[in-house]
Design a protein around this ligand. Structure first.
Ligand code: 5GP
Length: 220
């Protein structure tokens, strides 16, 4: 009898890839690149009480909700985590994440340090891979925020102040990438994901595969 060569690739539980960074460090671009690279990945669409920016669509970037609707989701236990960021509420709906995990699909989260902390201290902690993205410099961060030109000067100033607070949580993450070159940072992001998918505890079918190998030994 020969070992089943597909046994070791059998379905694993999906992992939760948490990406945090200050605004303007390139996190959204990297997230989009990752989704384009691997179509099996799911992006966790958060709910938020902030108003949509031009070009944003309900259900694609965010579920744009009223404060009352957001609070109802929290009260109903429908959020994996939620936090106040820049005076608005943001939260991760639980259902799609649980479904993706069951299907063996990995989910990408673009959430802040508060959300990262909450998911890491939940029962899902073992399934989390967290990455913090740092800008190469504060001058560059400021330049990137201004180049977006979607927000008012006041909002940009607020985000710069928040950036410092966000960056102070860098050491809580499994990996830290300095995004001085987008392509290089993306290559590293893919390396991290590829390696994390191969961890022994993320390959549930390995034990069975090794039993097959042992039966092959015995049949010789
Ligand atoms: P923005 O309004 O620029 O899209 O996002 C502002 C900040 O909120 C970003 O740092 C983003 O990562 C964070 N954020 C977006 N969705 C969530 C969420 O569901 N939970 C938490 N905790 N933060 C979020």
């Amino acid at each position: 009898m020969t070992a089943d060569h597909t046994a070791h690739t059998a379905r694993r539980k999906g992992l939760l890839l948490i990406l945090s960074s200050p605004s303007g460090a390139g996190k959204s671009t990297l997230t989009k690149m990752l989704m384009a690279w691997d179509a099996t990945m799911r992006f966790s669409v958060s709910a938020t009480t902030r108003a949509p920016r031009p070009g944003e669509e309900d259900g694609r970037e965010y579920y744009f909700r009223s404060r009352a609707a957001f609070e109802a989701m929290v009260a109903g236990g429908d959020m994996l985590e939620h936090a106040e960021v820049f005076g608005n509420f943001y939260g991760t709906p639980k259902g799609p994440v649980e479904a993706a995990m069951r299907e063996g699909r990995d989910t990408v989260f673009d959430i802040d340090w508060q959300g990262g902390q909450q998911i890491r201290s939940s029962e899902l902690a073992r399934d989390v891979v967290s990455i913090f993205i740092l800008p190469p410099s504060i001058i560059e961060l400021d330049r990137r925020l201004r180049a977006r030109a979607q927000d008012s000067a006041e909002v940009i100033a607020g985000r710069m102040a928040k950036s410092r607070d966000e960056i102070s949580h860098w050491a809580e993450y499994d990996y830290v990438l300095v995004n001085d070159d987008l392509d290089q940072t993306f290559a590293r992001l893919k390396d991290i994901l590829s390696a994390e998918r191969l961890r022994r505890d993320r390959q549930p079918a390995l034990a069975e595969f090794v039993r097959h190998l042992n039966r092959e030994f015995e049949a010789r």
